[in-house]
Design a protein around this ligand. Structure first.
Ligand code: SF4
Length: 266
């Protein structure tokens, strides 16, 4: 596949975030070649006219200089891209952003990529940092259908362990949870020794796009029914909460995406 790289100079790097508990988001890249079929970032960047999602990446070439700024409150990297997608291996933009960033900023990194372990040495320079891996357990048919180009489950689990073993604060972002498909218990059992805490998120059906909704309706009609029927969804959520509570792990809660951002405490 030919990747289109769009180089731009940005005016700022820190953007005010509406995510609960997050003050700033940082996206040195916009766009992502992992091209997950349900990706919400596709929806958030829909006004950019660069072609099909997953075929382009916008690069903020001056991001490292802009990163120097000292900001108060939690900073999340990244929300409309993956900071360790393949282009990063060569470009090292995320690495340079981390090198320049004010180390007093409270940073939270999220990725699906094992490339993140390359920067363990840099992470250690921050006063307050956590590094999370998105882990959803998709393998086989689900991997092929939902996120064929993203790193495989095993590689993400190993990366999380390596980060933890290096002494870093880690978390597992269990997302997207799809009723009847995701095995939350199995994910927790596999990662509980090296995930500092968990954040759970049910699939945001609305933001996943028309094509993904069709795919889910055709391939997993029962899952689709749960996500679109209020009563079924309530039952599913109740059972999910009970299951997570039984697992007894530290967790921030469950983002349900019912009526916009809707965060359910455990
Ligand atoms: S890795 Fe994240 S940003 Fe990239 S396509 Fe997948 S969901 Fe979207």
């Amino acid at each position: 596949m030919n990747l289109r790289v769009i180089r731009k100079k940005a005016k700022s790097l820190y953007t005010r975030s509406r995510i609960p508990g997050v003050s700033w988001s940082v996206n040195q890249y916009v766009g992502c070649v992992f091209a997950c079929r349900y990706c919400y970032a596709r929806f958030l960047t829909r006004w950019r006219d660069y072609g099909e999602w997953g075929t382009w990446v916008e690069v903020k070439t001056n991001a490292p200089e802009l990163a120097r700024k000292r900001v108060e409150g939690k900073v999340v990297m990244s929300t409309v891209s993956d900071p360790y997608q393949p282009v990063e291996a060569e470009m090292k933009l995320t690495r340079r952003v981390l090198q320049y960033m004010d180390k007093r900023n409270e940073l939270s990194i999220l990725t699906r990529s094992p490339l993140v372990t390359r920067d363990i040495g840099l992470f250690k320079l921050f006063h307050s940092i956590e590094v999370g891996l998105t882990i959803n357990g998709f393998t086989g048919k689900e991997k092929e259908l939902f996120e064929p180009l993203a790193p495989v489950h095993r590689a993400r689990v190993s990366a999380l362990k390596e980060l933890h073993d290096a002494g870093l604060r880690t978390y597992a972002f269990v997302s997207p949870i799809i009723p009847g498909v995701s095995d939350v218990r199995a994910i927790v059992e596999e990662t509980r020794d090296f995930a500092g805490y968990y954040f759970f998120e049910v699939l945001n059906l609305r933001a996943s796009g028309r094509n993904f909704r069709r795919l889910l309706r055709e391939e997993y009609p029962e899952s689709y029914a749960v996500l679109t029927d209020e009563e079924k969804f309530r039952k599913f959520l109740r059972e999910l909460r009970e299951e997570i509570n039984r697992l007894g792990v530290r967790a921030e809660g469950i983002e349900t995406h019912q009526r916009g951002w809707e965060f359910v405490k455990l």
